[in-house]
Design a protein around this ligand. Sequence first.
Ligand code: GLU
Length: 283
Amino acid sequence: MAAFVTRFAPSPTGHLHRGHAYSALSAWTAAQQARGRFILRIEDIDRIRCRPEYEAGVFEDLAWLGLSWEAPVRRQSEHMEDYGRALRELAERGLVYRCFRTRKEIAQATLSAPHGRMDAFRGGPLAAAEEARRLEAGEPFAWRLSLEAAERALGGFERLAFVEEGEGPGGERGEVRVRPELGGDVVLARKDVGVAYHLAVVVDDALQAITHVIRGQDLFEATHVQRLLQALLGLPAPVYRHHRLLMGPDGKRFAKRDRSETLRELRARGMTAARIREELGFV
Ligand code: GLU
């Protein structure tokens, strides 16, 4: 087994921009330096937002940047069974519960909490009879991780940590203690999507034997819940290297939601891959 395996795991919901190039080049360069392996994974579980033309764009843009990756490329939408199995395991052990609340109800519940945050919801299962009634009525629900059950299963979160070799947004480095309460009872599966990002990503990082997760600081906080899921599922914990986020000239970060210039637009305007690499600090 290679001692160093890293990955770039884009979701094909838009064309790649400089921020993606920075992430991909960071992971690829680290693999080269360590004489390790570089894996490209397509995270396309959200069938509504992901499109084939964006996936084709990922391959085109990365090849243009001069990267190479292992084949075949794992496409998450083709492996839903793997994530379903992990979810069933959590369900059988009582670590997840069905949540029937609507987005609006969640927002209201978290607003009234002392440090209300939309994504830090904590609830619990309904009484069996009420749950049966709602299931019978065909009401949609999401599977949420129960932090309470997780804490019981692990005998507390005190010893849970991950290793940060890069830097978190608050300068976090070294051994970082996991704080699951940051994310609350996160959603691990929904009726429409089947599985949520956190669960799919930890299953795949383990299946692909990823030793180093190299990605932007926007995902630093996600590492807390991901490390918790690894512990619950008995999966190995990779080392994390979060990198700074690239800012555009307006001081805002490059994101596909904005109209930041995509790599394909830059290419069409005559920008060369060598210049992009240089601009991003990879010479
Ligand atoms: N698919 C995620 C994204 O596009 C990244 C997942 C990860 O690197 O853990 O933001």
